[in-house]
Design a protein around this ligand. Structure first.
Ligand SMILES: [Zn+2]
Length: 212
């Protein structure tokens, strides 16, 4: 699948799963110096490969008739600062709830480790600005996900599929946390408990084969 075809595929899935509505949210995927990004003003389930612009990492339009997403500076800042090959940004409901009320999403489930542990909320700045890009870049340091205050979430991956799955996981973690708050006071995993999970993952049990 070409980079632009991947954008269409995951754009459609993002709408299907309710992670974005209307023309909100944007995705990008990188290959070398080039980045295919979703266009500005087109709903993510209405994309065609030809409508997806290609820019270079310096932000010049290389291909495509439509303008790249207004959040492209943020995507490019993330590529500059990390080893990411794909970036997914959505306004998913529970992610936005957490981003509107908290300064970080505490790790209440060990799967948070897949995103780097507690997820930081980048301070608010107007969408599309270099200031927002810088805030997101800082919040992502050492992590696969960040939330943007009063805005939404952003995740990265080695592939678009990986970045997309990280977005689904981020939304799931935020939903668990928000729903848990409605029931009681969520217990946050300690550093020791999280270290033990890493230790366990590095040393999975080996089941001996039964000899006849
Ligand atoms: Zn946005």
């Amino acid at each position: 699948m070409s980079l632009r075809e991947q954008l269409c595929e995951y754009g459609r899935r993002a709408v299907e799963l309710g992670l974005v509505i209307g023309t909100s949210g944007n995705l990008s995927v990188r290959q070398g110096d080039l980045v295919a990004v979703t266009p500005s003003g087109v709903a993510l389930d209405r994309l065609t490969p030809e409508t997806c612009p290609v820019v270079d990492v310096a932000g010049h339009l290389v291909e495509g008739e439509l303008q790249p997403s207004s959040e492209t500076p943020m995507h490019l800042a993330v590529y500059e600062a990390t080893d990411a090959q794909a970036v997914v940004h959505t306004h998913s409901v529970f992610g936005t709830v957490v981003a509107t009320t908290m300064t970080e999403l505490p790790p209440v489930h060990y799967n948070a480790l897949l995103l780097g542990g507690a997820v930081k909320v980048a301070p608010y700045a107007t969408y599309g600005t270099p200031e927002l890009a810088a805030n997101v870049r800082a919040a992502l340091e050492g992590r696969r996900a960040a939330l943007m205050a009063n805005h939404g979430g952003v995740t990265i991956g080695a592939t678009l599929e990986e970045a997309f799955e990280a977005t689904r996981l981020l939304e799931w973690l935020c939903e668990v946390y928000v729903r848990a708050l409605g029931v009681g006071r969520p217990a946050v995993l300690t550093a020791e408990q999280l270290d033990a999970v890493v230790e366990r993952a590095l040393n999975p049990p080996v089941f001996p084969r039964r000899t006849p």
